[in-house]
Ligand binder design. Structure first.
Ligand SMILES: Nc1ncnc2c1ncn2[C@@H]1O[C@H](COP(=O)(O)OP(=O)(O)O)[C@@H](O)[C@H]1O
Ligand SMILES: Nc1ccn([C@@H]2O[C@H](COP(=O)(O)O)[C@@H](O)[C@H]2O)c(=O)n1
Length: 201
């Protein structure tokens, strides 16, 4: 199994890049695990307590479960990926049965911060988009898809997102094998990654 890690700040385009990579590959050959599915369970908290969580800090992620799942997939065992709700700030209780594939892509803002997980990646990619571009994209996406409003996005940005990005995410570029510039849609980089995957299939 080839395991590819794709990191980068919120709104840089990780999900978009992954979808473009897999869209033109044979179905069933490449699997995806999203770090977002592994936000810790917050059922013990009420909604007002949940919205105060710093979701840009590594401690908000259940890395133990993520590593356990990736190890299971490596030995050909399917896993139940949790489903996460950005509206409720919690896991929904549903899971998605995820089968092992020849190539597994793991994507998420903080995936290179955990040494055990980082060591599991055969290839590490970092998607870069400028800070202002990412904020604009995040605003539009969170308002249209994640049940947020302007104030929510901007206050989260100032209070936690930006400081955590500077402290934990940007320094992870150091570990990347390749940085994908994504201020504009980058078809060349996507073709390169797709051809690396195709060689493995
Ligand atoms: N290169 C790009 N140019 C313009 N918009 C983009 C680009 N890449 C992604 N987007 C848009 O930005 C938003 C965030 O992208 P997404 O892939 O969800 O980012 P991430 O997974 O890194 O948070 C989405 O609405 C997506 O359509
Ligand atoms: N309940 C939550 C959980 C996470 N976030 C934000 O999601 C961002 C990471 O996801 P991307 O798809 O954008 O990479 C991260 O910056 C968290 O602030 C949230 O808003 N609410």
């Amino acid at each position: 199994m080839l395991i590819i890690g794709i990191a980068g700040g919120t709104g840089c385009g990780k999900t978009t890049v992954v979808n473009k990579i897999i869209n033109e590959l044979p179905e069933g050959e490449v699997g995806v695990i999203s770090q977002d599915s592994y936000y810790k369970d917050t059922s013990h908290l009420n909604y007002d307590e949940r919205i105060k969580i710093n979701f840009d800090h590594p401690r908000s992620i259940d890395f133990e479960l993520l590593v356990e799942h990736l190890k299971a997939l490596k030995i050909n065992t399917p896993v139940n990926q949790p489903v996460y709700s950005f509206v409720k700030h919690n896991r929904t209780g549903d899971t998605v049965l995820t089968h092992p594939r020849k190539v597994m892509i793991v994507e998420g803002i903080l995936i290179f911060t955990n040494p055990e997980l980082r060591e599991m990646f055969d290839i590490k990619l970092f998607v870069h988009a400028d800070t202002d571009e990412r904020l604009i994209r995040r605003l539009k996406r969170d308002i249209s898809e994640r049940g947020r409003d302007l104030d929510e996005v901007l206050s989260r940005y100032q209070m936690t997102l930006k400081p955590m990005h500077d402290q934990f995410i940007e320094p992870m570029k150091e570990y990347a094998d390749m940085i994908i510039p994504n201020n504009k849609h980058n078809t060349v980089a996507i073709d390169i990654v797709r051809s690396i995957i195709t060689q493995k299939l």
